[in-house]
Ligand binder design. Structure first.
Ligand code: KIV
Ligand code: ZN
Length: 502
């Protein structure tokens, strides 16, 4: 069995999904879960992109052990130095540098010759190697690059010191058999002088198939993201590639270090933090991935699971939700459960989450793991509260225009407003916008019940846009209108905090 390395780029390419930007604490939570999942390399960000990106990569490098921490850099000294400064304190570290190699990119974007691109790539790999042992090079848009030239670049960067060459299908253009052939040709040329990695985008829905074809033809590393998030249609999905290799290991004669039981938790964490929902029919982590509806299937399953189930739900971490805590549970039980769920929060965050837990336990008899995860995500995604919800009441009905009265604390003042709207949420949002004097536009509103039952905690994620800046707000409550108000205020606080920092 060959061990295929999993290089997770949720925090870098994944973060390039529209509206998916994460704050430093959120990135730390995701990175911790990636370590638990057993990913070999975490691409923590693109340090030159912004001071926030630099800080996040640095914090991850300083605090997270167990996986290699990679920082992305264009093939430029300034980028590489910045990436190095961000990752240098990690115990296992890598610089991932890239340069386009396709004629389309060289002619229209970089306006340089092939020779010049080759020279820059080699020089920058050498420069990166002067700082760190572990260097990866990506010839961007490799699948639209002239193959002879691509082979020349690959050989030259290995000679210059790259231990991994990543072949990106940057625009999701290739097909499994074509990509498999390309990887075989590269493998024949370079032998075992470097690890061949692949980085496939999903524009034609082929990223996982292309990555698996590459594994069959000699690739030793797959780049991927949780839930397949990423630029445009996204990247190869980590859970799909890992479960394909696990379920069909005899066929692929390959396996990964992924601890599959951590997959669902990672998927839910990334959904909560990015606000990007998973489609119900998505393989492995979709809500319907293990749901059998047809009578014939159910009949077969009842007789023998193997008839219609190629993976067991528990293998990916799906368990029947267990009743964990209730009204009488104390701090100690709450802390222990948080730890078991993989959350390591500071004392203040634990205390704040515990207070919320107690309030929730007063309203809801049974508290499930998912409820706790929602409370904790709210704590992690918290920002300075410029605006705080004090009280609200609404009235609505079939023969009545929906109306909301909302009280919000703004600085030292408590302000009320009454507004009518198209529905109770609309009326509430109008009241909040009037109180705060904010001019953001609502781009997306998602609500879901976290567990079953009419007393379920409602979780709301909103996306707001103001002056070209997009933020996500998160709120949960047993009352979905209150959860909506909290999510809206959370997003407004994030906008205010950005303005304040600027
Ligand atoms: O898609 C791509 O080509 C990339 C590179 C930076 C590896 O993300
Ligand atoms: Zn990419």
């Amino acid at each position: 069995m060959r061990k295929i390395k999993i290089f997770d780029t949720t925090l870098r390419d994944g973060e390039q999904s529209p509206g998916a930007s994460m704050n430093v604490d959120e990135k730390i939570q995701v990175a911790k879960q990636l370590v638990k999942l057993g990913v070999d390399i975490i691409e923590a960000g693109f340090p030159i992109a912004s001071p926030g990106d630099f800080d996040a990569v640095k914090k991850i490098a300083n605090e997270i052990g167990g996986s290699t921490i990679a920082g992305l850099a264009r093939a430029r000294e300034e980028d590489i130095t910045r990436a190095w400064n961000a990752i240098k304190d990690a115990s296992l570290k890598r610089i991932h540098t890239f340069h386009s190699t396709s004629d389309i990119h060289l002619k229209y974007q970089y306006r340089i010759s092939r020779d010049e691109a080759l020279k820059r790539s080699v020089e920058m790999v050498k420069f990166a190697r002067s700082l760190v042992e572990d260097v990866e090079f990506s010839p961007m848009d490799a699948t639209r690059t002239d193959i002879q030239y691509l082979l020349e670049v690959v050989s030259a960067v290995i000679e210059a010191g790259a231990g991994t060459v990543n072949i990106p299908d940057t625009v999701g253009y290739t097909t499994p058999s074509e990509f498999g052939d390309l990887i075989r040709i590269i493998k024949d040329r370079i032998g075992s002088s470097a690890v061949i990695s692949v980085h496939c985008h999903d524009d034609l829905g082929l990223s996982v198939a292309n990555s698996l074809a590459a594994v069959l033809n000699g690739a030793g590393q797959v780049e991927c993201t949780i839930n397949g998030i990423g630029e445009r249609a996204g990247n190869c999905s980590m859970e799909e590639v890992a479960m394909a290799l696990k379920t069909r290991r005899e066929f692929y004669r390959a396996d990964t270090n992924i601890k599959s039981k951590e997959i669902i938790r990672a998927s839910r964490l990334v959904t909560r933090i990015t606000g990007i929902p998973v489609q119900p029919n998505k393989a492995i982590v979709g809500a319907n991935a293990f749901a059998h509806e047809s009578g014939i299937h159910q009949d077969g399953l009842l007789k023998e699971k193997m008839t219609y189930e190629i993976m067991r739900p528990e293998d990916v971490g799906l368990q029947k939700t267990e009743l964990v805590l209730g009204k009488h549970s104390g701090r100690h039980a709450f802390k222990t459960r948080l730890k078991e769920l993989g959350y390591e929060l500071g004392p203040n965050d634990i205390e704040a989450a515990f207070v919320k837990f107690k309030n929730l336990a007063d309203q809801k008899k049974y508290i499930f793991d998912e409820d706790i995860e929602a409370l904790v995500t709210e704590e992690v995604s918290k920002v300075h509260e410029y605006y705080r919800l004090i009280d609200m009441s609404i009235s609505s009905g079939m023969k009545q225009e929906p109306m909301a009265i909302v009280t919000v604390q703004v600085g030292s003042k408590s302000l009320d407003m009454m507004k009518y709207g198209d529905g109770p949420v609309d009326a509430t949002y109008k009241a909040i916008a009037a109180i705060t004097g904010t001019k953001s536009t609502l781009q997306k509103y998602d609500v879901k019940g976290i567990t079953g039952g009419t007393d379920a905690l409602g979780e709301v994620i909103v996306t707001l846009e103001e002056s070209g800046k997009t933020v996500r707000g998160h709120g949960s409550d047993t009352d979905v209108i209150v959860a909506s108000a909290k999510a809206y205020l959370n997003a407004l606080n994030k906008l205010a905090s950005r303005k304040h920092k600027a």
